[in-house]
Ligand binder design. Structure first.
Ligand SMILES: Nc1ncnc2c1ncn2[C@@H]1O[C@H](COP(=O)(O)OP(=O)(O)OP(=O)(O)O)[C@@H](O)[C@H]1O
Ligand SMILES: [Mg+2]
Length: 171
């Protein structure tokens, strides 16, 4: 079973993957893309690599063969997965986390807006029938890891639809 953990930057994918590593094989996609050179070019302005999605899909399809594997990163929902988990955070909490991480204002605004508009959730729902979402705003990282394990074990408690940031955005 391939499980993807995706979400807007700052929603806690890397933090939660660190915990899940104790229990499952975890592949962090950003690292894999760099290590295996699964990119088309380097975006100097953003200081990131532009992933080659086709190459990434092909790599994961051929080489990730564990019975259960977790794939973490904001591109995870582009992969062929059995289960997609979208981490969410309220715009104000996301702003707080990204400021703490030292993101500049333009980058913070871009990500907060994407989160407010459910961009990754919508992209995931377009590609996969088995999507779940977890509100991490008031859960610590260990609690989020527990929610993920509940989903892996069959819980339907985190089906999309209950998270709505519009009240905060339009206040
Ligand atoms: N559930 C949480 N509660 C409070 N703070 C959190 C939580 N999850 C993550 N954080 C904090 O938010 C920041 C971003 O977390 P993290 O790097 O795990 O996010 P990410 O989703 O991997 O982001 P990116 O896409 O940029 O890699 C870190 O400072 C982390 O400690
Ligand atoms: Mg990360």
């Amino acid at each position: 079973m391939k499980i993807g953990i995706t979400g807007t930057p700052g929603t806690g994918k890397s933090s939660v993957c660190k915990i899940l590593k104790k229990y499952y094989p975890v592949i962090e996609l950003e690292q894999l893309i760099k290590e295996k050179k699964l990119y088309t070019r380097k975006d100097r302005q953003r200081d990131t690599f532009v992933a080659d999605i086709d190459a990434l899909v092909s790599y994961v399809s051929h080489y990730v063969t564990h019975p259960t594997a977790i794939l973490g990163g904001h591109l995870a929902h582009y992969l062929p997965l059995d289960l997609v988990i979208v981490l969410r955070a309220s715009p104000s909490e996301l702003r707080r986390r990204l400021s703490k991480e030292g993101f500049d204002e333009a980058k913070i605004k871009e990500n907060v807006e994407a989160e407010a508009l459910d961009v990754i959730l919508v992209e995931a729902l377009e590609r996969n029938d088995n999507v779940h979402e977890i509100d991490t705003s008031e859960r610590d990282i260990a609690e989020v890891a527990n929610c993920i394990m509940e989903i892996i074990n069959g819980s339907d408690e985190y089906k999309p639809g209950s998270i709505d940031w519009s009240e905060e955005v339009f206040r």
